[in-house]
Design a protein around this ligand. Structure first.
Ligand code: NAG
Ligand code: NAG
Length: 131
């Protein structure tokens, strides 16, 4: 009985923990156009709940030295498409610290170090994406 109850609980916990971050190999916008990357407002200590809040779509060859104002210092997780690279800067006009993300999921930019003591959470101010 105890084991059955544990199994049931576990089945329920899997139901509630669907991965949120999109797969880098199938990243598309609502119209089905291939994306280079997608930036998300929120992240989570629990990776399966990351990539939340509002998102910003980035297309191949998007070169944005000044991120739209409402996105400045706001990105907390991101996904880069298969075979693409996203370069980001911590200051507008591609100033400050620079970081290149190759294809994959960054569940929590808080865990990506910037310099000696900083991290990349709420820090992106410019970007360039190529595939
Ligand atoms: C980059 O930052 C440095 C130091 O704050 C500043 O002197 C320089 O003018 C900035 N460059 C651009 C392109 O904004
Ligand atoms: C992405 O970066 C990797 C590693 O630096 C490089 O080998 C690859 O050619 C880059 N891809 C593009 C599309 O620039």
């Amino acid at each position: 009985m105890k084991i059955a109850a544990a199994l049931l609980l576990c089945a329920m916990c899997f139901l509630g923990s669907e991965a949120q971050c999109p797969d880098p190999s199938t990243l598309k916008d609502a119209e089905g156009t291939k994306l280079c990357a997608r930036l998300f407002e929120d992240s989570n200590y629990y990776y399966d709940q990351s990539c939340g809040g509002e998102f910003l779509n980035i297309y191949p060859n998007d070169d944005v030295p000044i991120i739209p104002w409402r996105w400045n210092n706001r990105v907390s997780s991101l996904v880069v498409s298969k075979l693409c690279n996203l370069t980001v800067w911590s200051r507008i006009k591609k100033n400050g610290t620079k970081k290149k993300f190759s294809s994959g999921i960054q569940y929590r930019l808080k865990e990506v170090s910037q310099g000696l003591i900083g991290d990349w959470d709420d820090s992106i101010s410019a970007y360039y994406c190529v595939c």
